[in-house]
Write a protein that binds this ligand. Structure first.
Ligand code: FMN
Length: 352
């Protein structure tokens, strides 16, 4: 049976227009990435994981993750932590900032996170994981979702029992990336586990891992019964992958289109992070956008050596002068929403 990737589905009361979800990725999923993802067909976008301790301490950089634009909805903001009450408080702030869903991270394998008892560590601590979901689901009116790996160790099936318990505790959807924490990103995502999870829970399951094309997305949906696929690495510097997966167009972008999208991304990111932070943050994106045989390797390297964003813009426009027209159109489309909702609500800054 073939699933229509551009059809609606729901998580609780939240309506999601396509079955393609843009993955939360730390160091990647800034607002510009999420807005672009929505424009290219993702039905749901996610923030990167936000520390509940950072929110608790009103850390300014952490609060910046709660900046939401009107054209991002529906949007999930993902939080991580290990203390149910702190997570509940963080969830309230996420809801107040305007997120449609609060997502909880039970999958991050990075030591900095796991050593605090958060992320993937909770895969092996079902009572605490369930207590977190219950506390968060009680604290907010928006649906609460969870994202897991298969378990800590290779071959683990911990996600199956845990998934069931988290749904009983109040999770309205479960995303599974069926690799172990130990695997990091090696090997393959074993979506036979996703199919098993779908049988066990009565909420929508989202399949994450190695979805890189429309054919792969359709195969994963057909063989697992998942409600949607999540796309991560394939969309880095490549929003056109989302367009292909959702079924809108498989056309390769022109050089002008690529440069215009990159420039819009650069400008939005500078506004979001400030020029100093954006300059280093953006370097990896040059390779992602201009790679895949689209531009010569030397050109990508040259961009990463430049010291100012102004120089980067100049070099990009020199390489594809027609991009200026495409960019002007994109900026005009964006302008109408830019003025509306880019600032944080005062109440969040006020710490109330
Ligand atoms: C750079 C990077 C950062 C990530 N950060 C997060 C994160 O903050 N929260 C999360 O739940 N998953 C995170 N992930 C995992 C992805 O959401 C996704 O589950 C994983 O990459 C598998 O999907 P893919 O094969 O489509 O990339 C990250 C992955 C990458 C590559």
């Amino acid at each position: 049976m073939q699933v229509n990737l551009s059809s609606w589905w729901t998580i609780g009361s939240v309506e999601i227009p396509t079955r393609v979800v843009l993955a939360p990725m730390a160091g990647v999923s800034v607002q510009a990435f999420r807005r672009q993802g929505r424009r290219f067909g993702a039905g749901l976008v996610c923030s990167e994981m936000v520390s509940c301790a950072g929110l608790e301490h009103r850390n300014e950089r952490t609060l910046g993750y709660l900046r939401i634009a009107v054209d991002e909805h529906p949007l999930a903001v993902q939080i991580f932590g290990s203390d149910p009450e702190t997570m509940a408080e963080a969830a309230r702030m996420v809801e107040a900032a305007g997120a449609d869903l609060v997502d909880i991270n039970f999958g991050c394998p990075v030591k900095k996170v796991t050593k605090t008892g958060a992320g993937a560590t909770l895969l092996e601590d079902p009572p605490r994981a369930a207590a977190i979901v219950e506390a968060v689901a009680t604290a907010v009116a928006v649906p609460v979702t969870v994202k897991m790996r298969r378990g800590l160790e290779n071959g683990s099936r911990a996600c199956l029992d845990l998934g069931r318990r988290l749904v009983a505790a109040g999770a309205a959807s479960v995303t599974l990336h069926p690799r172990s924490a130990k695997q990091m990103y090696t090997g393959e995502a074993d979506h036979s586990l996703t199919a098993e999870l779908v049988e066990l829970v009565d909420v929508p399951v989202v399949a994450s891992g190695d979805v890189t094309s429309r054919a792969r997305a359709q195969a994963v949906l057909a063989t697992t019964g998942a409600a949607a696929v999540m796309v991560g690495r394939a969309a880095q510097g490549n929003p056109w992958a989302l367009r292909e997966i959702v079924g809108e167009s498989a056309a390769e972008p022109s050089r002008e289109e690529i440069v215009a999208e990159l420039l819009l991304f650069v400008r939005e990111t500078v506004r979001e992070l400030g020029e100093r932070r954006a300059t280093s943050f953006l370097k990896k994106f040059y390779g992602w956008y201009l790679g895949r045989g689209r531009f010569p390797r030397a050109f990508k390297q040259e961009l990463t050596q430049l010291e100012t964003i102004g120089e980067v813009e100049e070099r990009l426009l020199a390489a594809a002068p027609g991009a200026a027209f495409v960019l002007a159109r994109l900026e005009q489309e964006h302008a109408s929403v830019d003025d509306v909702e880019l600032e944080l609500p005062i109440s969040i800054y006020g710490g109330g």
